[in-house]
Design a protein around this ligand. Sequence first.
Ligand code: ZN
Length: 599
Amino acid sequence: MPEPIHYRIRPHRPEAHLYEVELTIAGPADEQVLSLPAWIPGSYMIRDFAKNIVTLTASDDRGDVAVQKLDKQTWRCAGARGTLFVRYEVYAWDLSVRSAHLDGTHGYFNGTSVFLRVHGRDEVPCTVELLPPPGDAFSDWRVATTLPRGGAELYGFGGYHAADYDELIDHPVEMGRFTLVRFQAAGIPHEMALTGRHRADTERLAADLKKICEYHASLFGPPPVDRYLFQTMVVGEGYGGLEHRSSCSLMCSRDDLPLPGREKSTDRYRNFLGLCSHEYFHTWNVKRIKPAAFQPFDLSREVNTSLLWAFEGITAYYDDLGVKRAGLISEQEYLETLGQTITRVLRNPGRFKQSVSESSFDAWTKFYKQDENAPNAIVSYYVKGALAALGLDLSIRSGTAGERSLDDVMRALWQRYGKPGVGLTEENIESLIEEISGLTLKPYLDLALRGTEELPLAEILASFGIRLTLRPAESADDKGGTPPARETPPSVALGIRTAADPAGVRIATVLDGSPAQTAGLSAGDIIVAVGALRATKETMEALLAAFEPGDRVEIHAFRRDELHVFTLTAAPPPADTAYLTVDEEAGETAARLRKDWLA
Ligand code: ZN
């Protein structure tokens, strides 16, 4: 085995958002090829991280080595003898969980943004020397990463290592002045590092996260890690998460976090717990139980799989369910969340055009590159995938009188695929579902995964004593999940999504088949008057309330700088908002099934 590849990385000019990396390769190939990934696992979009490499030079023991750029992300160093040294600077100013960020307050990076891959040596161990920024001002910076330590102290700068390139790029690094929250779950040390300004109740966070982690560990068995880290960037407004093998990177708003002395959980905090639960579940589902197409990852180009519904949809199903089963939300609160999930699917006509299998396959160009027509053209493999998983779980439970469930399928996936590292195909997972449940579920799977018709959720939920009711949306902010609250709901709807604009009401999306579309309104148009009265985002609802279905409504709107008049025929709002209620009359069997499901 060749000597380890050595990376030395230093945030050498925080004010210019620049990391300096020095790569040392002993005994390089004659024509040593190096490249940076085009995408990061877990986020299925070509991001071309190499565009942030500002300068790159190479040398060996004798002097400079010629470097030739082969394509947007690949370099070739020719004729190096002895040891090849490659020095490069990486610009890091993307505050997201997917790339790298650096300023005088903290540094964060994913290996996919900063560590060049040494072609021909993917399996060679790597050593990393992490250095602080130069100067006394940074002497109190610490490091939060699950990259295995090789000499560095816990939370310290210094030596780290990885078994191979795949591991090297799967432990993002946070450095700076973060708050550490520590707890044990399933006998394993867990931490959350909170970066950014906040006043969070860290004891509460530790107690709640512990329950969630222990719930997932009770489902699969102890997490296959020595230590687990939630890296959390706290900002004014932001939301996101990305899973890694023994950590996850999160971004949240400081308003998502619980404040000391407040017992009640806010909706935003419940949402944040759902995000933590989601990323933690990925420790098994996608980081270890993974599609055959991802073994190994080809990070130079798009890799298609029709299975993202299983990795993201099932994970999205278990995220809130995990928070419920951990005892952090009530049955009522869980059903409210589920009603909102159903509503999100029902609001988009794209569900009649694309299946979750197709949505998975085309994630790169459709789900990750959504435009104004996305609600009409695509379905989310997360949201509809979660409903497909719900229907599957409940079908197994009712079909086996509660003897089996999706939990058993997940455990079998872990034992047979995740633990031994065997890649999963569509056929594998579907035959496993039928084997574990002992049921013929192919018709359901055809409908839920490859079909574009509505899922029979009302019927499935009824066996659990849960009534699914649909009603029209009561306002633009109505996310669903709750029964109607207004005595006089809106009488008509245009079928548009809008965004605030100083000039009027900007149309973000015109829904397919809506009155607005029939009348000729388009995304980007700015509505300035309804019924010859000035329209703003605030007055829109009141202006429309003057009309009844069948009325002719005159709408003035700008398309670019041209004013147009559109006349549409008012139609009643669609019943696209769902809520769930417990039917106490449904009988004992239903009540028992429901209790087993949510306990
Ligand atoms: Zn996910």
